[in-house]
Write a protein that binds this ligand. Structure first.
Ligand code: SF4
Ligand code: SF4
Ligand code: FES
Length: 359
């Protein structure tokens, strides 16, 4: 084989395509290289240095997430030097965010501690003085930014720019004062932000977090994830309802990992944040039937469905089937809409059926 077609990673001869990074080539061969600021949906930033590996002939270690493979390159990902760097970096990041795991994971899980479980640390370093400014005047109801936990990985700003195409947030300031800000440090609701919460989903430290869940006060790791289909529109995004079983409450919604469902790790503002209606005290929990005097009374599902059938059949008998019209909602799933048109066409024999997303 010609030199130009292969790299050697940990002794494995691996083929690659022009432009591929060492991380991509290694991942295909199930060689795991830890990352903190990498997301395969985004252009690499090379910000965290967790993915540094040894490349033969290179004096410095190189970031696998952005370093391109070239023919004949010899790479080592598990040497004592590489492992020492990982432990050292994790201790540094902890000193810059939160060194106590329980506090670090008071809301969202911490990728730093997950990595420390695997690679260890170099001990507890003195806490770094916090110079990043927050946005205390940001009165948006959904997203909290805690500057003391930010490690400037720029996952949130890259997500906002490259996936949401909004660029509501940016890295601002210099050196130790570099922080995540908006134009003129305005509230997110006074910017182009769509409150999609993608910045929260990608943040590895909990610096970006959900305000309602933070106020609720139970960490994500103590909640049970229930996979479901969002019913705000017909796209079929999958989301995980994070449920407090003891209180029987939905605390928040999170997106399943990128690459696993149709929404590829993203959600919109409704899917991510509009779930408190489930527990609203005025929410209907059983069918209501209108009585002779116009008031409603509670009924069983069987009784309510019988009433609907006899009402619709009565109209069809008196005025013909085309006197009926069936209008469904884009909030239903594709399957529900299919059944609805089947009800119209097969049971009531009319083509008067429509759905709001079709207009
Ligand atoms: S919520 Fe979405 S649009 Fe707003 S800053 Fe975060 S990623 Fe950008
Ligand atoms: S807020 Fe989170 S995602 Fe954004 S730069 Fe800071 S640590 Fe990274
Ligand atoms: S993952 Fe490569 S530098 Fe952060």
């Amino acid at each position: 084989m010609a030199d130009g077609q292969f790299v050697i990673i940990d002794g494995n001869e691996l083929s690659f395509e022009e432009g591929e990074t060492l991380l991509q080539v290694a991942a295909r061969a199930d060689i795991e290289i830890p990352t903190l600021c990498y997301d395969e949906r985004l252009s690499p930033a090379g910000a965290c240095r967790m993915c540094l590996v040894e490349v033969e002939g290179s004096r410095l270690m190189q970031p696998a997430c952005s370093f391109k493979a070239t023919g004949g390159m010899v790479v080592r990902t598990q040497t004592p030097k590489v492992e020492r760097n990982r432990r050292f970096l994790l201790s540094l990041h902890m000193a810059d965010t939160e060194q106590d795991r329980e506090r670090a994971e008071d809301a969202n899980p911490s990728r730093i501690f997950d990595l420390a479980d695997v690679h260890g640390t170099a001990g507890c370093f003195p806490k770094v003085e916090q110079k990043r400014s927050g946005r205390p005047q940001d009165v948006n109801k959904f997203i909290e930014f805690r500057p003391e936990r930010c490690i400037n990985c720029s996952l949130c700003t890259r997500y906002c720019e490259q996936i949401e195409a909004v660029s509501a947030i940016t890295l601002a300031g210099r050196g130790a004062e570099t922080t995540i800000s908006t134009a003129d440090a305005k509230s997110l609701t006074d910017t182009t932000c769509e409150l999609c919460g993608g910045c929260v989903a990608v943040c590895p430290t909990g610096a970006m977090t959900e305000k309602p869940a933070l106020a609720y006060g139970k960490p994500e790791k103590e909640l049970e994830k229930i996979r479901t289909t969002c019913n705000f529109c017909g796209v079929g995004c999958q989301l995980d309802l994070n449920v407090d079983r003891e209180a029987n409450r939905i605390v928040k919604a999170t997106s399943p990992p990128p690459g696993t469902t149709v929404n590829d790790g993203s959600l919109c503002v409704k899917g991510r944040f509009a779930n408190d209606f489930v527990h609203h005290e005025e929410r209907l929990t059983s069918p209501l039937i209108r009585q002779e005097d116009g008031s409603f009374r509670e009924a069983s599902w069987d009784e309510a469905l019988d009433r609907v059938v006899s009402g619709l059949q009565g109209i069809a008998d008196r005025h013909g089937e085309d006197a009926l019209a069936f209008i469904s909602s884009s909030r239903c799933t594709g399957e529900e809409n299919y059944l609805f048109q089947k009800l119209s066409r097969a049971a009531f024999r009319t083509h008067n059926v429509h759905q709001c997303a079709a207009t």
